[in-house]
Design a protein around this ligand. Sequence first.
Ligand SMILES: Cc1ncc(COP(=O)(O)O)c(C=O)c1O
Length: 371
Amino acid sequence: MNSRLSAIEETLLMGPGPSCVAPEVYEALSTVTIGHMDPRFIGVMDHLKEYLQTLLNTRNRLTIPMSGTGSAGMETCFVNLVEPGDSVLVLINGVFGMRMKDVASRLGASVDTLEFEWGSPVSVADVEKKLAGAHYKIVAVVHAETSTGVRNPVAEIGALLRGSGSLYLVDTVTSLGGIPVEMDAWGIDALYGGTQKCLSCPPGLAPVSFSDRALEALKARTRKVPNWYLDLTMITQYWEGSKRVYHHTAPVNMIYALYRALALIIDEGLENVYQRHATCHKKLVSGLECMGLSMLVAPPYRLPMLNAVRIPDGVDDERVRSALLNEHKIEIGAGLGPLAAKVWRIGLMGHTARERNVERVLAALNTVLQP
Ligand SMILES: Cc1ncc(COP(=O)(O)O)c(C=O)c1O
């Protein structure tokens, strides 16, 4: 009956996510399911919120995992803050900035954009010029652009926005757990992440945090939040307070898994975790360069957890990725949009970010690339 599942072999996940899941997290997933209103489960929820606050470096009370993948986190931030006609500036240099624009537009926002070349970071000087000419209710940017491997200057943009009255909305789906995220120090008002990247959990939850300013904007809405499932005014009544109110059935076992995954990161120490990602990234880049391959992104803007490597002329993108998967049990990612067939995306996310995995992918690529 389970033949389809038993045919699935372990694969080294070195793409843009999901990443490898630690055995402790698999074990947590198989903890007995209990009721989502059970006080023992509420205890896990409360502790998990504290872990998330630690990881995000925030004191925000509203810091919870939303049910759904990273895109649900994106929708949660926009749907709770945007009312029709609101002005939104989206800074775009890849797929996920484009998705933010789409999400905000569908809510009837008046969306303005600043676009940058894929593979280059958002220019702080250009943002400053743009902000001098207009006021926006929300300014949105992706911290770690998974489609290109670029780290955007989130702290610097936050400094520009300080005191401007705009709400600062940041995507940390790929950055969270791999590089520092300083929500309060950087002046971020609404932030979302995802479980399947550097948190090394299966896909299915999206950590979200709202500052007091974002909560005031939510309270000041003239219309109801147009999406019932993601409405934080209702969901907070399940996640906060001495008496919890049912909203939807919490994905109990995924919450166990995230709780364990966060505990692993906090026990290892945030600085150690970031250092492990940086060390693996350096080793990978130097190995790739020794093989004559080159990186898409200039060194200061590279993400440690997502490495975009140029595909050499004459090399068949799909053949290489299939051989890695079928012969070496390693998954790497393809390029997206304008970078399709031009780059591979090698992920070093969370539990995957181990030197032995870097050695394995380098050796496999070396074999597969032999003429
Ligand atoms: C930066 C970024 N934002 C948002 C998403 C969307 O997340 P999901 O695919 O989990 O819905 C992704 C997924 O890769 C991402 O990398």
